[in-house]
Ligand binder design. Structure first.
Ligand code: NAP
Length: 468
């Protein structure tokens, strides 16, 4: 076989999932000085950027400015975007194996982890992933309904997503209307009667997963007081010892300082309250046909192999509420034909090389990067380094000739296949037209954009410009 990766025989790579790790993987491949590559980036949505568009809170526009970096990648020679193409539905992994030398899966962790407690499925109890998708105009969640007619909402979990959803429930209409929050969500949140948002952390302030700016922001809300019981920031001896030791990371130490400062505050009479509780686990969600209250178990911390973990003390408390948002992390969804580690909710891989099974070697030509490779952790930038590790392995495998042997490596073959199957794919140019239309809709209202919610609306905007 002729050497792949030369100007005459460029390596053809399919990347599945156009979130941050997909774009970083594309960037690393395309900017390599030694290998000539063509990258086709697929996404099931017509819109690129994954959680930067559909996850990052609308009141955090600065975080979204990373999109400029991805636009530069999209402008590189050899890059193509195939939006509105679902791998596993419109095309199968087997199809990609016939068309590309390598496939990189960067599909993220698309669903929520479960609590496994009674009442979790009651109407009024939702995964935070659904709430986040709903307020961010993700087409999958356009039809979700959240009953905001109750006085108290409970958010379970102590990560940054919990911070985001608590804040979104407490922003004023004025604050929301400056953002690109979905119109349907702005309307509902404007009419919300939620006055108290209780956030439950199963461990203590020193073990919280949120980061400093995100928790600090709760103390700076226009119309919401933050409330922390001083008893909750009294650390247990083991946490105190940890926080005062050299082992403690700066984030945990500063989190504790911020929470101690919150605990000293007197409520200033703002319309809403965000109450941060610790050592509190949901034990059961109860209600007659819908959420009416949550049973909370009081935890104590116990040392398990050097990690302080929550253990149920047996003490119980009931809290009335009408809405529960479960924000206890994300997990991956298996893709037909791709080995999956069900226990960890990830594609089975070693450093980004997909493995055939736990004790077998590399499934040649198959790679993973981002959350579906390492789990749902870190900030957006973490995925840059993560994708680099995967791409380094890919480049080494190209040099060693360990690649798939596609029957049709012609770049036009994928377009023909999609045309044959009647799939209206969205190119990057098409996306730019959708983008401009959204920005144009926002301008009269002084908003960054007004997002389209339904895929059909996006395609209609393109009119005859739709490719495929
Ligand atoms: P996360 O950071 O992993 O937090 C999950 C939280 O859920 C932890 O507090 C965890 O507690 C808790 N939890 C897990 N199982 C539980 C259970 N059964 N009962 C009660 N609590 C439970 O996940 P995330 O908030 O979904 O965020 C995902 C990633 O995205 C993180 O890396 C996050 O930093 C990032 N992110 C960043 C931003 C930002 O930079 N602004 C915004 C959003 C998300 P334990 O610690 O006890 O396990």
């Amino acid at each position: 076989m002729a050497q792949i990766g030369t100007e005459q025989n460029p390596v053809r790579v399919a990347i599945v999932g156009a979130g941050p790790s997909g774009f970083y993987a594309a960037e690393h491949i395309l900017k390599d000085g030694d290998v000539h590559a063509q990258v086709d980036l697929f996404d099931r949505l017509p819109t690129p950027f994954g959680l930067v568009r559909g996850g990052v809170a609308p009141d955090h526009p600065k975080i979204k400015s990373v999109i400029r970096v991805y636009e530069k990648t999209a402008a590189r020679e050899g890059f193509r975007f195939f939006g509105n193409v679902k791998v596993g539905h419109d095309v199968e992994v087997e199809d990609l194996e016939r068309l590309y030398h390598a496939i990189v899966f960067t599909v993220g962790c698309e669903t929520d982890r479960r609590l496994g407690i009674p009442g979790e499925e009651l109407p009024g109890s939702h995964a935070a992933t659904a709430f986040v998708g709903w307020y961010n105009a993700h087409p999958d969640y356009a039809g979700e309904e959240f009953d905001l007619s109750c006085e108290r909402a409970v958010v379970i979990g102590n990560g940054n997503v919990a911070m985001d959803v608590a804040r979104m429930l407490a922003l004023t209409d004025h604050e929301l209307r400056q953002t690109d929050t979905a119109d349907h969500a702005i309307e509902m949140l404007d009419r919300s009667r939620v006055r108290e948002v209780v956030v439950l952390g199963r461990r203590g302030p020193a073990q919280a997963a949120f980061t400093n700016p995100e928790v600090k922001e709760l103390g700076e809300m226009e119309d919401a007081d933050v409330v922390v019981d001083p008893a909750d920031v009294e650390l247990d001896p083991a946490s105190r010892e940890f926080i005062e030791s050299d082992e403690a990371d700066k984030t945990s130490r500063v989190n504790v300082e911020i929470l101690r400062e919150f605990a000293q505050r007197q409520p200033s009479g703002k319309r809403k309250r965000i109450v941060l509780r610790f050592l509190a686990s949901p034990v059961e969600i109860q209600g007659d046909g819908r959420v009416e209250k949550i049973v909370i178990g009081r935890n104590e911390l116990v040392d398990e192999d050097g990690t302080l973990r929550a253990r149920d003390s047996g003490e119980r408390e009931e809290l009335e509420c009408g809405l529960v948002l479960r924000s206890v992390g994300y997990t991956g969804i298996p893709i037909e034909g791709v080995p999956f580690d069900g226990g960890r909710g990830l594609i089975l891989n070693e450093g980004g090389r997909v493995l055939d099974s736990h004790d077998a070697g590399h499934k040649v030509g198959h790679y993973a990067a981002g959350w579906i490779k390492r789990g749902p952790s870190g900030v957006i930038g973490t995925n840059k380094k993560d994708a680099l590790e995967t791409v380094r392995h890919l480049l080494a495998d190209i040099a060693d000739g360990k690649l798939l042997a596609p029957e049709s490596p012609d770049p036009a073959a994928v377009e023909s296949l999609l045309a044959e199957r009647g799939v209206r794919f969205v190119s990057f140019e098409d996306w730019e037209a959708i983008d401009q239309a959204e920005v144009g809709r926002g301008e009269p209202h002084g908003r960054p954009r007004v997002k389209f919610v339904r895929v059909e609306e996006m395609l209609e905007t393109l009119g005859e410009k739709v490719s495929g």
